[in-house]
Design a protein around this ligand. Structure first.
Ligand SMILES: O=P(O)(O)OC[C@@H](O)[C@H]1O[C@@H](OP(=O)(O)O)[C@@H](O)[C@@H](O)[C@@H]1O
Ligand SMILES: [Mg+2]
Ligand SMILES: [Zn+2]
Length: 186
């Protein structure tokens, strides 16, 4: 059996790119300062990078799954161009009160549910205890905890960090740019 790999689970909007609200166009996709460099460093440190993003804009009828795929492909190539190969990309297109009926469900993948992280764990053979979940909302922290991720991290680069979120998260940092240094500090 091959050895398990540690991973950084990354929320997308508010963590990797600026959350302008249901971002679905390339023109609106703006990498957060220092995020790409941090991802480069995290890869060098031996972590798999796994994106886990709620995309309820699909269920809400704001954009199609195809549009999401096109943006994702562009993002993936932009990162690969900068020596950041993502190891996995997981998304939830659902919402319990979706306008689009086919996406209306109480799924187990929409964070705070841990479904996306658990799928990645199985598919990529991830060592959850040695992994990190990084996001801007308490839902990200809750998903990380429910999946058994060792360290949950809130960033201040997205939605305002709530007192509840601050209490639940293991670490609170300004942005993803700080994470490699923070991990090295232990
Ligand atoms: O941060 P991630 O998980 O990558 O993606 C979040 C987005 O899908 C959108 O999720 C929405 O939350 P609701 O899905 O409407 O609760 C809002 O927070 C939007 O501002 C945000 O752009
Ligand atoms: Mg987010
Ligand atoms: Zn879902």
């Amino acid at each position: 059996m091959t050895a398990k790999v540690p991973a950084i689970f990354l929320d997308r909007d508010g963590t990797v790119n600026v959350d302008h609200g249901y971002v679905h166009e390339i023109d609106a996709f703006q990498f957060i300062d220092g995020a790409i460099e941090a991802m480069q460093e995290l890869k060098k440190m031996g972590y798999a990078l796994v994106l886990v993003t709620n995309q309820s804009g699909i269920a809400r009828g704001m954009f199609s799954e195809d549009q999401f795929m096109q943006l994702t492909e562009w993002m993936d190539w932009s990162l690969a161009d900068r020596e950041v190969d993502l190891d996995g990309i997981y998304y939830c297109p659902h919402h319990p009160e979706a306008a689009v009926e086919s996406y209306r469900q109480q799924c187990d993948c929409r964070k705070p549910q841990p479904g996306m992280l658990l799928s990645a764990m199985k598919e990529l053979n991830i060592d959850m205890a040695a992994s990190y979940m990084v996001g801007d909302k308490i839902d990200d922290v809750q998903a990380g905890k429910a999946a058994g991720v060792g360290t949950t991290v809130l960033v201040r680069s997205g939605k305002p960090v709530t007192a509840e979120g601050e209490k639940l998260a293991d670490w609170v940092i300004d942005s993803l740019a700080e994470l490699p240094k923070r991990i090295k500090q232990g």
